[in-house]
Design a protein around this ligand. Structure first.
Ligand code: GLU
Length: 417
Protein backbone atom coordinates (compact mmCIF):
# COMPACT_ATOMS: atom_id res chain seq x y z
CA UNK A 1 0.00 0.00 0.00
CA UNK A 2 1.33 3.47 -0.88
CA UNK A 3 1.87 6.03 1.88
CA UNK A 4 -1.00 8.10 0.40
CA UNK A 5 -3.45 5.29 1.13
CA UNK A 6 -2.20 4.13 4.55
CA UNK A 7 -4.93 5.28 6.95
CA UNK A 8 -2.66 5.14 9.98
CA UNK A 9 -0.06 7.39 8.33
CA UNK A 10 -2.89 9.69 7.20
CA UNK A 11 -4.41 10.10 10.65
CA UNK A 12 -1.01 10.53 12.32
CA UNK A 13 -0.23 13.33 9.86
CA UNK A 14 -3.58 14.99 10.50
CA UNK A 15 -3.04 14.86 14.27
CA UNK A 16 0.51 16.15 14.07
CA UNK A 17 -0.50 19.13 11.97
CA UNK A 18 -3.28 20.08 14.37
CA UNK A 19 -1.08 19.69 17.47
CA UNK A 20 1.59 21.90 15.89
CA UNK A 21 -0.94 24.50 14.75
CA UNK A 22 -2.37 24.68 18.28
CA UNK A 23 1.16 24.86 19.76
CA UNK A 24 0.37 22.03 22.19
CA UNK A 25 2.63 20.25 24.63
CA UNK A 26 4.43 17.54 22.55
CA UNK A 27 3.00 14.95 24.97
CA UNK A 28 -0.41 15.40 23.34
CA UNK A 29 0.74 14.07 19.96
CA UNK A 30 2.98 11.51 21.63
CA UNK A 31 -0.06 10.03 23.38
CA UNK A 32 -2.51 10.39 20.49
CA UNK A 33 -0.32 8.90 17.79
CA UNK A 34 -1.13 5.32 18.83
CA UNK A 35 -4.00 3.50 20.54
CA UNK A 36 -3.82 2.95 24.29
CA UNK A 37 -4.62 -0.75 23.71
CA UNK A 38 -4.82 -2.92 20.64
CA UNK A 39 -6.13 -6.48 20.83
CA UNK A 40 -5.98 -9.22 18.26
CA UNK A 41 -8.00 -12.35 18.96
CA UNK A 42 -9.10 -15.31 16.91
CA UNK A 43 -12.62 -16.68 16.81
CA UNK A 44 -12.87 -20.37 15.93
CA UNK A 45 -16.34 -21.04 14.54
CA UNK A 46 -17.96 -24.36 13.67
CA UNK A 47 -19.48 -23.85 10.25
CA UNK A 48 -22.77 -25.43 9.15
CA UNK A 49 -20.90 -28.21 7.31
CA UNK A 50 -19.06 -29.20 10.51
CA UNK A 51 -15.70 -27.70 9.52
CA UNK A 52 -13.98 -25.08 11.70
CA UNK A 53 -12.91 -21.66 10.46
CA UNK A 54 -10.79 -19.40 12.64
CA UNK A 55 -11.51 -15.70 12.03
CA UNK A 56 -9.10 -12.93 13.04
CA UNK A 57 -10.60 -10.04 14.97
CA UNK A 58 -9.24 -6.74 16.24
CA UNK A 59 -10.24 -4.07 18.71
CA UNK A 60 -8.30 -0.82 19.03
CA UNK A 61 -8.99 1.37 22.07
CA UNK A 62 -7.45 4.64 21.06
CA UNK A 63 -8.00 7.12 23.87
CA UNK A 64 -10.32 7.47 26.86
CA UNK A 65 -9.45 10.95 28.14
CA UNK A 66 -13.01 12.13 27.52
CA UNK A 67 -14.87 8.97 28.59
CA UNK A 68 -15.28 5.25 27.83
CA UNK A 69 -14.00 3.98 24.48
CA UNK A 70 -16.70 4.05 21.81
CA UNK A 71 -16.85 2.94 18.22
CA UNK A 72 -18.19 0.51 15.69
CA UNK A 73 -17.27 -3.03 14.82
CA UNK A 74 -17.07 -3.98 11.15
CA UNK A 75 -17.27 -7.39 9.52
CA UNK A 76 -15.24 -7.22 6.33
CA UNK A 77 -12.94 -9.64 4.49
CA UNK A 78 -10.26 -6.96 4.02
CA UNK A 79 -10.12 -5.60 7.59
CA UNK A 80 -6.51 -5.10 8.75
CA UNK A 81 -4.80 -3.89 11.92
CA UNK A 82 -3.60 -0.45 10.76
CA UNK A 83 -7.04 0.34 9.39
CA UNK A 84 -8.71 -0.48 12.71
CA UNK A 85 -6.14 1.62 14.60
CA UNK A 86 -6.74 4.59 12.28
CA UNK A 87 -10.50 4.22 12.54
CA UNK A 88 -10.26 4.17 16.34
CA UNK A 89 -8.32 7.45 16.23
CA UNK A 90 -10.99 9.03 14.05
CA UNK A 91 -13.56 7.93 16.65
CA UNK A 92 -11.67 9.83 19.38
CA UNK A 93 -11.74 12.91 17.18
CA UNK A 94 -15.38 12.39 16.21
CA UNK A 95 -16.69 12.08 19.77
CA UNK A 96 -14.81 15.25 20.74
CA UNK A 97 -16.25 17.08 17.73
CA UNK A 98 -19.85 16.54 18.83
CA UNK A 99 -18.85 16.96 22.47
CA UNK A 100 -20.06 13.65 23.84
CA UNK A 101 -18.31 12.05 26.84
CA UNK A 102 -16.54 9.25 25.00
CA UNK A 103 -13.11 8.31 23.80
CA UNK A 104 -12.52 6.40 20.59
CA UNK A 105 -12.35 2.72 19.66
CA UNK A 106 -12.95 0.54 16.63
CA UNK A 107 -13.07 -3.14 15.88
CA UNK A 108 -13.11 -5.47 12.96
CA UNK A 109 -13.63 -9.14 12.24
CA UNK A 110 -11.95 -10.40 9.09
CA UNK A 111 -14.91 -12.19 7.56
CA UNK A 112 -17.25 -11.79 4.60
CA UNK A 113 -20.68 -11.90 6.26
CA UNK A 114 -22.35 -12.23 2.85
CA UNK A 115 -20.90 -15.73 2.61
CA UNK A 116 -22.19 -16.91 6.00
CA UNK A 117 -25.52 -18.43 6.93
CA UNK A 118 -27.53 -16.66 9.63
CA UNK A 119 -26.51 -19.31 12.18
CA UNK A 120 -22.80 -18.91 11.30
CA UNK A 121 -23.10 -15.14 11.57
CA UNK A 122 -24.59 -15.52 15.03
CA UNK A 123 -21.73 -17.81 16.11
CA UNK A 124 -19.14 -15.29 14.86
CA UNK A 125 -20.93 -12.46 16.69
CA UNK A 126 -21.19 -14.36 19.97
CA UNK A 127 -17.61 -15.58 19.52
CA UNK A 128 -16.37 -11.99 19.32
CA UNK A 129 -17.93 -11.25 22.72
CA UNK A 130 -16.57 -14.47 24.28
CA UNK A 131 -13.07 -13.38 23.24
CA UNK A 132 -13.34 -9.69 24.17
CA UNK A 133 -15.58 -9.93 27.23
CA UNK A 134 -12.89 -8.67 29.61
CA UNK A 135 -11.94 -5.72 27.44
CA UNK A 136 -15.38 -4.21 26.86
CA UNK A 137 -18.36 -3.15 28.98
CA UNK A 138 -20.88 -0.32 29.40
CA UNK A 139 -18.34 1.76 31.33
CA UNK A 140 -15.24 0.59 29.46
CA UNK A 141 -15.72 0.18 25.73
CA UNK A 142 -19.03 0.14 23.86
CA UNK A 143 -19.09 -1.32 20.32
CA UNK A 144 -21.76 -0.46 17.73
CA UNK A 145 -22.63 -1.25 14.11
CA UNK A 146 -20.28 -0.32 11.28
CA UNK A 147 -19.68 -1.73 7.80
CA UNK A 148 -21.73 -4.95 7.30
CA UNK A 149 -22.87 -5.17 10.93
CA UNK A 150 -26.41 -4.37 12.07
CA UNK A 151 -28.97 -4.34 14.89
CA UNK A 152 -29.39 -8.14 14.89
CA UNK A 153 -25.64 -8.64 15.32
CA UNK A 154 -25.67 -6.11 18.19
CA UNK A 155 -28.55 -8.05 19.80
CA UNK A 156 -26.60 -11.32 19.73
CA UNK A 157 -23.59 -9.54 21.19
CA UNK A 158 -25.52 -7.85 24.01
CA UNK A 159 -27.23 -11.16 24.78
CA UNK A 160 -23.91 -13.02 24.89
CA UNK A 161 -22.44 -10.35 27.16
CA UNK A 162 -25.49 -10.72 29.43
CA UNK A 163 -25.13 -14.51 29.54
CA UNK A 164 -21.46 -14.35 30.51
CA UNK A 165 -21.84 -11.56 33.06
CA UNK A 166 -25.13 -12.72 34.52
CA UNK A 167 -26.39 -9.10 34.30
CA UNK A 168 -28.60 -7.51 31.63
CA UNK A 169 -25.72 -5.25 30.54
CA UNK A 170 -27.73 -3.85 27.63
CA UNK A 171 -25.53 -0.76 27.50
CA UNK A 172 -22.53 -2.83 26.37
CA UNK A 173 -23.29 -2.17 22.70
CA UNK A 174 -25.43 0.40 20.92
CA UNK A 175 -27.38 0.18 17.69
CA UNK A 176 -29.54 -2.61 19.14
CA UNK A 177 -33.09 -3.45 17.99
CA UNK A 178 -35.84 -1.29 19.50
CA UNK A 179 -37.29 -4.19 21.51
CA UNK A 180 -33.92 -4.91 23.11
CA UNK A 181 -32.79 -1.56 24.48
CA UNK A 182 -32.32 0.11 21.12
CA UNK A 183 -32.69 3.87 20.86
CA UNK A 184 -35.06 5.42 18.37
CA UNK A 185 -33.51 6.95 15.28
CA UNK A 186 -30.20 5.02 15.45
CA UNK A 187 -30.64 3.32 12.06
CA UNK A 188 -30.74 6.50 10.07
CA UNK A 189 -28.59 8.55 12.47
CA UNK A 190 -25.32 8.57 10.52
CA UNK A 191 -27.07 9.65 7.34
CA UNK A 192 -29.23 12.15 9.21
CA UNK A 193 -26.13 13.80 10.66
CA UNK A 194 -24.52 13.97 7.23
CA UNK A 195 -27.62 15.48 5.68
CA UNK A 196 -27.93 18.07 8.47
CA UNK A 197 -24.32 19.10 7.73
CA UNK A 198 -24.97 19.19 3.99
CA UNK A 199 -27.98 21.42 4.59
CA UNK A 200 -25.92 23.78 6.79
CA UNK A 201 -23.16 23.88 4.16
CA UNK A 202 -25.80 24.67 1.55
CA UNK A 203 -26.93 27.67 3.61
CA UNK A 204 -23.35 28.98 3.80
CA UNK A 205 -22.80 28.51 0.07
CA UNK A 206 -26.24 29.67 -1.07
CA UNK A 207 -27.26 26.24 -2.40
CA UNK A 208 -30.89 25.34 -1.76
CA UNK A 209 -31.36 21.59 -1.28
CA UNK A 210 -34.81 21.88 -2.83
CA UNK A 211 -34.09 20.90 -6.43
CA UNK A 212 -30.38 20.23 -5.81
CA UNK A 213 -28.80 17.15 -7.38
CA UNK A 214 -27.20 14.46 -5.20
CA UNK A 215 -24.91 11.51 -5.92
CA UNK A 216 -24.33 8.76 -3.36
CA UNK A 217 -21.39 6.34 -3.44
CA UNK A 218 -22.19 3.24 -1.35
CA UNK A 219 -25.74 2.05 -0.71
CA UNK A 220 -25.59 0.35 2.67
CA UNK A 221 -27.00 1.89 5.85
CA UNK A 222 -25.40 5.35 5.54
CA UNK A 223 -25.79 5.59 1.75
CA UNK A 224 -29.38 4.45 1.41
CA UNK A 225 -30.65 6.60 4.30
CA UNK A 226 -28.70 9.57 2.91
CA UNK A 227 -30.55 9.12 -0.38
CA UNK A 228 -33.95 9.01 1.35
CA UNK A 229 -33.15 12.03 3.53
CA UNK A 230 -31.83 14.08 0.60
CA UNK A 231 -35.11 13.31 -1.18
CA UNK A 232 -37.00 14.52 1.92
CA UNK A 233 -35.21 17.87 1.51
CA UNK A 234 -36.45 18.04 -2.08
CA UNK A 235 -33.15 17.07 -3.71
CA UNK A 236 -32.96 14.83 -6.76
CA UNK A 237 -30.80 11.73 -6.25
CA UNK A 238 -29.40 11.20 -9.75
CA UNK A 239 -26.87 8.42 -9.13
CA UNK A 240 -26.01 5.83 -6.50
CA UNK A 241 -23.58 2.91 -6.36
CA UNK A 242 -22.44 -0.10 -4.36
CA UNK A 243 -19.33 -2.28 -4.49
CA UNK A 244 -20.41 -3.76 -7.84
CA UNK A 245 -20.99 -0.42 -9.63
CA UNK A 246 -23.44 2.42 -10.01
CA UNK A 247 -26.62 3.60 -11.73
CA UNK A 248 -27.54 6.98 -13.18
CA UNK A 249 -30.79 8.68 -14.09
CA UNK A 250 -30.48 12.44 -14.53
CA UNK A 251 -34.23 12.87 -13.95
CA UNK A 252 -33.82 11.36 -10.48
CA UNK A 253 -33.99 7.87 -9.00
CA UNK A 254 -36.60 6.67 -6.52
CA UNK A 255 -34.35 5.98 -3.50
CA UNK A 256 -36.78 3.57 -1.81
CA UNK A 257 -37.33 1.61 -5.02
CA UNK A 258 -33.54 1.24 -5.35
CA UNK A 259 -33.32 -0.01 -1.74
CA UNK A 260 -35.99 -2.63 -2.50
CA UNK A 261 -34.27 -3.60 -5.75
CA UNK A 262 -30.90 -4.05 -4.02
CA UNK A 263 -32.49 -6.13 -1.25
CA UNK A 264 -33.84 -8.51 -3.89
CA UNK A 265 -30.97 -8.55 -6.35
CA UNK A 266 -27.90 -7.94 -4.20
CA UNK A 267 -26.84 -4.82 -6.10
CA UNK A 268 -28.19 -1.53 -7.40
CA UNK A 269 -26.91 -2.36 -10.87
CA UNK A 270 -29.58 -3.45 -13.33
CA UNK A 271 -32.21 -1.17 -11.76
CA UNK A 272 -34.82 -0.45 -14.42
CA UNK A 273 -34.98 3.08 -15.78
CA UNK A 274 -31.34 3.88 -15.05
CA UNK A 275 -28.11 3.33 -16.91
CA UNK A 276 -25.28 1.34 -15.32
CA UNK A 277 -22.11 3.33 -14.67
CA UNK A 278 -18.81 2.63 -12.91
CA UNK A 279 -17.92 3.99 -9.48
CA UNK A 280 -15.24 6.15 -11.13
CA UNK A 281 -17.81 7.69 -13.50
CA UNK A 282 -20.13 8.29 -10.57
CA UNK A 283 -17.54 10.28 -8.61
CA UNK A 284 -16.94 12.55 -11.60
CA UNK A 285 -20.62 13.44 -12.18
CA UNK A 286 -21.77 17.03 -12.33
CA UNK A 287 -23.90 17.53 -9.16
CA UNK A 288 -24.47 19.76 -6.14
CA UNK A 289 -23.83 17.16 -3.44
CA UNK A 290 -21.64 14.06 -3.44
CA UNK A 291 -21.91 11.71 -0.46
CA UNK A 292 -19.23 9.01 -0.22
CA UNK A 293 -20.84 6.44 2.08
CA UNK A 294 -18.73 3.29 1.81
CA UNK A 295 -15.08 2.70 2.67
CA UNK A 296 -11.75 4.54 2.89
CA UNK A 297 -9.63 5.90 0.03
CA UNK A 298 -12.28 6.48 -2.59
CA UNK A 299 -11.26 10.02 -3.57
CA UNK A 300 -7.50 10.00 -4.12
CA UNK A 301 -4.87 11.99 -6.01
CA UNK A 302 -5.89 9.94 -9.08
CA UNK A 303 -9.48 11.19 -9.31
CA UNK A 304 -9.87 14.23 -6.99
CA UNK A 305 -9.49 16.69 -9.88
CA UNK A 306 -12.49 15.04 -11.59
CA UNK A 307 -14.88 15.73 -8.70
CA UNK A 308 -17.39 18.35 -9.86
CA UNK A 309 -19.69 18.36 -6.84
CA UNK A 310 -20.06 21.66 -4.97
CA UNK A 311 -20.38 19.94 -1.57
CA UNK A 312 -18.87 16.62 -0.50
CA UNK A 313 -20.41 15.20 2.69
CA UNK A 314 -18.33 12.31 4.01
CA UNK A 315 -20.72 9.76 5.49
CA UNK A 316 -17.93 7.16 5.23
CA UNK A 317 -14.82 7.17 7.39
CA UNK A 318 -11.65 8.22 5.58
CA UNK A 319 -13.01 8.35 1.99
CA UNK A 320 -10.65 11.19 0.97
CA UNK A 321 -6.86 11.10 1.09
CA UNK A 322 -5.02 14.26 2.23
CA UNK A 323 -3.70 14.91 -1.30
CA UNK A 324 -7.21 14.62 -2.72
CA UNK A 325 -8.53 16.89 0.02
CA UNK A 326 -6.01 19.56 -0.98
CA UNK A 327 -6.94 19.27 -4.67
CA UNK A 328 -10.65 19.64 -3.95
CA UNK A 329 -9.97 22.60 -1.65
CA UNK A 330 -8.03 24.34 -4.43
CA UNK A 331 -10.87 23.59 -6.84
CA UNK A 332 -13.42 25.19 -4.51
CA UNK A 333 -15.20 21.96 -3.51
CA UNK A 334 -16.61 22.36 0.01
CA UNK A 335 -15.71 19.13 1.84
CA UNK A 336 -17.47 18.31 5.11
CA UNK A 337 -14.99 15.90 6.69
CA UNK A 338 -15.94 12.48 8.06
CA UNK A 339 -15.34 13.21 11.74
CA UNK A 340 -17.97 15.93 11.51
CA UNK A 341 -20.23 14.68 8.72
CA UNK A 342 -20.76 11.14 10.03
CA UNK A 343 -20.76 11.92 13.76
CA UNK A 344 -24.57 11.58 13.89
CA UNK A 345 -24.21 7.80 14.27
CA UNK A 346 -22.16 7.89 17.42
CA UNK A 347 -24.23 10.78 18.76
CA UNK A 348 -27.43 8.74 18.64
CA UNK A 349 -25.46 5.77 20.02
CA UNK A 350 -24.63 8.01 22.95
CA UNK A 351 -28.32 8.84 23.34
CA UNK A 352 -29.10 5.10 23.32
CA UNK A 353 -26.49 4.40 26.01
CA UNK A 354 -27.85 7.24 28.18
CA UNK A 355 -31.35 5.76 27.80
CA UNK A 356 -30.04 2.28 28.71
CA UNK A 357 -28.39 3.69 31.82
CA UNK A 358 -31.56 5.49 32.86
CA UNK A 359 -33.96 2.79 31.71
CA UNK A 360 -36.10 5.57 30.27
CA UNK A 361 -36.68 5.82 26.53
CA UNK A 362 -37.15 8.91 24.39
CA UNK A 363 -39.67 9.54 21.61
CA UNK A 364 -38.57 10.00 17.99
CA UNK A 365 -38.99 13.76 18.04
CA UNK A 366 -36.78 14.14 21.13
CA UNK A 367 -33.98 12.18 19.48
CA UNK A 368 -34.39 14.06 16.20
CA UNK A 369 -34.32 17.45 17.85
CA UNK A 370 -31.30 16.66 20.07
CA UNK A 371 -29.36 15.20 17.14
CA UNK A 372 -30.14 18.26 15.02
CA UNK A 373 -28.85 20.57 17.74
CA UNK A 374 -25.65 18.54 18.22
CA UNK A 375 -24.90 18.54 14.50
CA UNK A 376 -25.66 22.22 13.91
CA UNK A 377 -23.62 23.27 16.96
CA UNK A 378 -20.67 21.13 15.82
CA UNK A 379 -20.93 22.40 12.24
CA UNK A 380 -21.11 26.04 13.35
CA UNK A 381 -18.18 25.66 15.76
CA UNK A 382 -15.99 24.12 13.09
CA UNK A 383 -17.11 26.56 10.43
CA UNK A 384 -16.01 29.27 12.85
CA UNK A 385 -12.49 27.79 13.06
CA UNK A 386 -12.49 27.37 9.26
CA UNK A 387 -13.14 31.09 8.83
CA UNK A 388 -11.01 32.33 11.72
CA UNK A 389 -7.90 30.32 10.82
CA UNK A 390 -8.54 30.29 7.05
CA UNK A 391 -8.14 26.50 6.96
CA UNK A 392 -10.01 23.61 5.35
CA UNK A 393 -13.02 22.24 7.22
CA UNK A 394 -11.03 19.05 7.90
CA UNK A 395 -8.19 20.96 9.54
CA UNK A 396 -10.70 23.00 11.51
CA UNK A 397 -12.32 19.77 12.72
CA UNK A 398 -9.00 18.51 14.07
CA UNK A 399 -8.25 21.84 15.74
CA UNK A 400 -11.59 21.86 17.55
CA UNK A 401 -11.41 18.20 18.59
CA UNK A 402 -7.79 18.03 19.67
CA UNK A 403 -8.12 21.18 21.72
CA UNK A 404 -10.93 19.51 23.67
CA UNK A 405 -9.07 16.19 24.07
CA UNK A 406 -5.84 17.94 25.10
CA UNK A 407 -7.70 19.89 27.79
CA UNK A 408 -9.07 16.64 29.23
CA UNK A 409 -5.60 15.04 29.18
CA UNK A 410 -4.14 18.10 30.87
CA UNK A 411 -6.69 18.13 33.67
CA UNK A 412 -6.12 14.40 34.24
CA UNK A 413 -2.40 15.07 34.64
CA UNK A 414 -1.26 13.10 31.57
CA UNK A 415 0.90 15.85 30.04
CA UNK A 416 4.46 17.09 30.65
CA UNK A 417 5.08 18.47 34.12
N1 GLU B 1 -19.61 3.00 13.25
C1 GLU B 1 -20.07 4.33 13.43
C2 GLU B 1 -18.97 5.34 13.18
O1 GLU B 1 -18.01 5.05 12.51
C3 GLU B 1 -20.81 4.53 14.74
C4 GLU B 1 -20.03 4.26 15.98
C5 GLU B 1 -20.90 4.19 17.23
O2 GLU B 1 -22.10 4.37 17.13
O3 GLU B 1 -20.33 3.96 18.29
O4 GLU B 1 -19.07 6.46 13.58
Amino acid sequence: MTEELNPLAIVAGQMKEACDELGLDPAVYEILRKPQQFYEVSIPVTMDDGSVQNFSAYRAQHNNALGPYKGGLRFHPEVYADEVKALSTWMTVKCAVVNIPYGGAKGGVKVDPRELSEAELERVSRGFIQKTYNMIGPEIDIPAPDVYTNAQIMAWMADEYGKISGKPGVGVVTGKPLNFGGGRGRNKATAQGTVHCVEEAGKKLGIDMQGATAVIQGYGNAGSFSALLMEDLGAKVIAVSDSRGGILNRDGLDAQAVIDFKAENGSVQGFAGAEDITNEELLALECDVLIPAALENVITSENAADVKAKIVGEAANGPTTPAADETMYENGVFVIPDCLANAGGVTVSYFEWVQNNYGYYWEDDVVAQRLHKKMVDAFEGIYGYHEEFGVKMRDATYLAAIKRIAEAMEVRGWLSK
